[in-house]
Write a protein that binds this ligand. Sequence first.
Ligand code: ZN
Length: 332
Amino acid sequence: MDHREVRGLILLYHRVAEVQSDPWLLSVTPRHFAEQLEVLRKIGPPIRLRDLAQNLREGKCPYRPLVVTFDDGYADNFYNAKPLLERYEIPATIFLTTGCMGQDREFWWDELDRLLLQPGRLRRALHLNIDGTTHDWDLGEAADYGEDVAQHHRNWRPWDKHDPSARQSLYRALYQLLRPLPADEQRKVLEDLRTWALAKPRGRSEYRPLAIQEILTLAKGDLVEIGSHTTTHPVLSACSAATQREEIQQSKTYLEQVLGSPVTSFAYPHGGQSDYTAETVALVREAGFACACSASANVVRRAADPFRLPRLHVQDWGGEEFSQVLSRWLDS
Ligand SMILES: [Zn+2]
């Protein structure tokens, strides 16, 4: 390894919470989060995202910069993450999906989990019109889904090869159909699904997005930076240039009005390489952002593009495992 090569890591979190159901591994428990912050303090320095971006632009960088970021804007960022960030004095950037803030509905991927993967009885047959096409499913005996069975399937992940029941197959199919759709179309499908499931629109409180007052309190002080994650969390590469511009610009303007200060950091929704394009990057620059994060896992090198910053998705690892993962990335 070239000892002059700067390697940093930007960490991608979503939630600090203990939840029953977490198919995408978005949650880190408060205990593990505290252990991880302790590790960061030891091997750091933990720095601000905007300082990292500024350093990259100036071609200088501290040794091994580490940055904490959160995507989406779950309320637990305020209740569980912020007190721990304060205790360890570690700065963080929280990227908000502004159209979802202050709502009592869940993010669409969580609502799918609530409607399909939680114990209870559903009708066997489901017919849904999605984006002009009718789809039919039959849940078979998985229509009746007991507590013990749901508990037994808790560790299923959408990328697993085997689905333990028709519920997981339906979840995956709907997730893939909904992912590229505009938010109003997603909402329509979820409404139909709720009607079919005889479920209420109100979401589970522990899956709630941040409320405006909570965002204001989060942003108080110098520790937490608020960034933009668009208005409706679309796959930007699936949108027209006009829609992309609107999604990027509107969320920035909205946050600046709410906070009364400039918002200069952006994170691409979903964040995979195929979820945004060179055009997206140009639009983010044009909107006046100073940096943008993807979800491609990699270290940050001195030559990194501040508008395509890689990030490492952090899982619910204890301190020791977290420390090992970081060393693998930083020292390899
Ligand atoms: Zn996101």
